[in-house]
Design a protein around this ligand. Structure first.
Ligand SMILES: Nc1ncnc2c1ncn2[C@@H]1O[C@H](COP(=O)(O)OP(=O)(O)OP(=O)(O)O)[C@@H](O)[C@H]1O
Ligand SMILES: C[C@@](O)(CCOP(=O)(O)O)CC(=O)O
Length: 489
């Protein structure tokens, strides 16, 4: 029997592209311009069973989170709890064998609520941590330890992953279907770098919190809390505190982003540690006077100027962002004077570019010739400075194969300019173009025969270059209608 509509909650959150401010945005002294995309990750939460917990009281069903794993007595205690447990089944039906089943463990001494994987197969840290964080917060604010059993379905728009034979086939056979099958396990799918984990964590924690503690209509007022919860869960799952621009875009949409002070999340501790639920509550509700949230998302929901569009080109490769970040930051530490000049000049130029985009968006008539000349010049200058950063840090931020690609595409009539977004490297590039189908046609024509002809300065290679279908989206997390999931949920 299908559940009643009121027992289903569906939300989605967008992917991102950091147009400017890569590396700079890790430091609060600088900013990043982040655009949300129309590629979104959807999460549908279905209530399977509510309020049926039998047997011992909640307190006696608590699990000792600090128990050594080999302890026979504690394993027995865990087994007993498993019988009582609510179960959460998470499925990502577009991928092979992408199903994770979790038991819900209530930890003692305010350790929170832990999602413990019961099914075999690889773990999914982003799903697992989002469940633990959201359930801990919900159980603290709702004063309820009873979640019932849930089924969670994750559906992602196509462009988060490179095409597979199955997804190509599927798109040809059913062109009007929003979601496709990829025919491979998730771990074998090549990500295109659009921020799937941030969109997933944001949509998942938001869907669970709304499902249990809010009305869908409360989304706008609850947005800051959902942001704080998603940042905390995303950092924990990644095992590091990044700048968080990807989560901010997933929550608020396109914006000028200034990061939060890392100290806000540094002493949260692990799920299960004593007092975790209070610490998480203080972070989500922003009530720690020593560490107030100081994220700045200015002009959120900002639009591109009328007549302009943004496209991305997948280069079928992918970069090792953490090692690149480590190297750039190390260089900056050891070359502070040079770095400050470069960082300052880049920030200045990026800010001018943002202001120009804003001016054009607010005054559509200011671009009478439809050429966006100043935007093109500012993008070229940003690239020039990024290439200086590449040379000085010896990190492939705009490696030669990407310079060649960007130069070649910028020559095309209607292409305003482009950059390697975010951390750069061999990830998808971003182009700003005139919003005219003929420009996309010309781009596709160039890409069909495009082959790199230079030797890369870092030994990198780009594969088949392909225009992704993704465009600027601007909106952050939002409620969704159920009918679009027919056949999947
Ligand atoms: N459809 C999905 N279903 C379940 N988990 C997913 C899905 N898509 C992504 N994930 C989770 O997110 C992880 C990928 O996140 P990661 O941060 O490495 O990449 P990204 O966010 O797509 O790209 P980038 O960080 O380069 O912008 C996957 O390993 C998986 O744990
Ligand atoms: C290098 C950095 O500034 C941007 C990384 O962007 P992306 O994941 O390549 O889109 C890191 C960060 O901001 O967390």
């Amino acid at each position: 029997m299908s559940p009643q509509p009121s027992s289903i909650t569906a939300l989605s959150a967008p992917g991102k592209v950091l147009l400017t401010g890569g590396y700079l945005v890790l430091d609060r002294a600088y900013t990043g311009t982040v655009f949300a995309l129309d590629a979104r990750i959807h999460v549908v939460v279905q209530q399977k069973r509510r309020g049926h917990r039998r047997g011992p009281s909640t307190a006696s069903a608590d699990v000792r989170s600090t128990a050594p794993s080999g302890d026979a007595h504690d394993n027995k205690a865990e087994d007993e709890v498993v019988e009582e447990q609510d179960t959460i089944v998470v499925v990502s039906p577009q991928f092979k064998d992408a199903i994770w089943e979790y038991g819900v463990q209530r930890c003692e001494n305010g350790g929170g609520v832990k999602a413990v994987q019961k099914s075999k197969g690889p773990r999914n840290p982003f799903v697992e941590t989002s469940l633990s964080y959201a359930l801990t917060y919900i159980s603290y604010v709702a004063d309820s330890k009873d979640f019932g059993s849930l089924t969670v379905t994750i559906l992602a728009d196509n462009d988060y992953y490179s095409e597979t034979a199955t997804s190509k086939d599927w798109s040809i056979k059913a062109p009007s279907e929003r979601f496709v099958h990829f025919g491979v396990p998730l771990l074998e799918a090549h990500k295109t770098g659009l921020g799937s984990s941030a969109a997933l964590v944001t949509a998942l924690v938001s869907a669970l919190v709304i499902h249990r503690t809010m009305q869908a209509s409360d989304l706008a007022v609850g947005r800051d809390k959902l942001h704080n919860l998603a940042q905390a869960a995303h950092c924990a799952a990644q095992g590091k505190v990044g700048s968080g621009f990807d989560v901010a875009a997933a929550v608020y949409g396109s914006c000028l982003y200034k990061r939060f002070s890392p100290a806000i999340l540094e002493s949260i501790g692990d799920v299960g540690s004593s007092g975790f639920d209070e610490r998480l509550f203080a972070i989500v509700e922003d009530v720690d006077p020593k560490h107030p949230w100081d994220t700045e998302c200015v002009d959120f929901g900002m639009q591109l100027p009328r007549g302009m569009q943004m496209v991305l080109c997948d280069v079928e490769c992918g970069s090792q962002t953490p090692s690149m970040v480590k190297k750039v930051l190390e260089w900056r530490k050891n070359n502070r004077q040079e770095a400050d000049i470069l960082w300052g000049t880049l920030q200045n130029n990026n800010e001018r570019l943002r202001q120009e985009l804003k001016r054009l968006a607010q005054h559509p008539d200011a671009n009478a010739d439809n050429e966006f000349t100043e935007v093109g010049a500012l993008l070229q200058r940003t690239r020039h400075l990024i290439r200086a950063m590449t040379r000085q840090t010896e990190v492939p931020i705009e490696p030669r194969v990407q310079t060649e690609l960007l130069d070649s595409l910028t020559e095309i009539d209607g292409v305003i300019g482009g950059v390697v977004p975010g951390a750069g490297g061999y990830d998808a590039i971003v182009l700003l173009i005139r919003d005219d189908p003929s420009v996309v046609t010309r781009l596709n024509e160039r890409l069909v025969t495009y082959e790199s002809a230079v030797e890369d300065d870092f030994g990198g290679k780009i594969g088949k270059v392909r225009l992704l279908g993704v465009r600027h989206g601007s909106d952050g997390v939002m409620n969704e209608e159920l009918k679009q999931y027919a056949g999947w949920v």
